[in-house]
Ligand binder design. Sequence first.
Ligand code: FAQ
Length: 324
Amino acid sequence: MRAFEATIAADERIEPRDWMPDEYRASLIRQIAQHAHSEIIGMQPEANWLTRAPSLRRKAILLAKVQDEAGHGLYLYGAAETLGVDREELLDKLHTGRQKYSSIFNYPTLTWADVGAIGWLVDGAAITNQVPLCRCSYGPYARAMVRICKEESFHQRQGYELLLALSRGTEAQHAMAQDAVNRWWWPSLMMFGPPDAESPHTARSMAWGIKRHTNDELRQRFVDICVPQAESLGLTLPDPDLRWNEERGRHDFGAIDWEEFRRVLRGRGPCNEQRLSRRRRAHEEGAWVREAAAAHAAKRAARAAATTTTPEATPAPQTTGARA
Ligand code: FAQ
């Protein structure tokens, strides 16, 4: 216990073999699993546009992004496994609704501009939230986040660039970009989680160095980053109360509809059912791949064991007979 507290106080990393309080382990498993689930469920809204990307270049970029998200899921499940849980068990909890994934992925992608809005706003919010997680007190999670954040920043830039092209395009394209931003803005602000006063985990996660900032602090940071970016894009953010507050040196913004957030978390968002049923189906349809990979690994292991023979079993070199 003392070694754990000293490591946290010195802002050093806890590693898998170190002793840690049960609640610390459980809270990390909860957060990392939710994060991993978000990455793999988060592939669905954008994958919806893979076959309809407007050019080969856009399709290649989007394919790379969606594949990155699968990779992020894998790093994160790997990080969770270092805490002693099994990946199959985590997936089962996702499929049976016992573990959450981010609310944001329960909204539909109605037009091509949504791909840009997801990149700019959703990946932008993800980076704002995740850069501080690179300093998380749990080593494997912190290290996974470094690589994930590098890839997320490419994702964010592709979204911004896509929206800029639409915004500077025809009137219809500009309107499509604006409509996408109007629909994704408020759900993106909800990604940061409930207000601090209603966040049961923040205080303890901050004391343990898992989280470095509160939900409201990060949400505010995100709003301040987005306002000048929206101006450069030539798009407006759908909030009549959004204005610079000279005294605070930050932007004030309107009230978030927390009832909508709670509804989505209860499974009643526009796409909750579709997202989970597709995920379950993909898991079932992928069973043969997992079985084949396991059979292949077992065959290789058996072959390796057969060729690694003990010295006693090795036939003695022949000393008689013709010599070359
Ligand atoms: N959606 O006490 P807090 C991505 C839950 S980025 C659903 O504040 P905490 C990249 C929370 O789990 C998205 N549930 O909790 C990408 C808790 O539930 P529980 C994923 C939410 O942990 C981009 C309860 O509410 N990012 O995928 C949400 O201190 C584009 C109370 O909340 C991460 O997961 C929500 N928005 O703070 C992929 C980042 N917010 O467990 C594809 C890592 C809260 O008590 C395309 N996670 N809840 O039943 C975190 O930083 C934190 O876990 C927070 C929540 C900030 C999400």
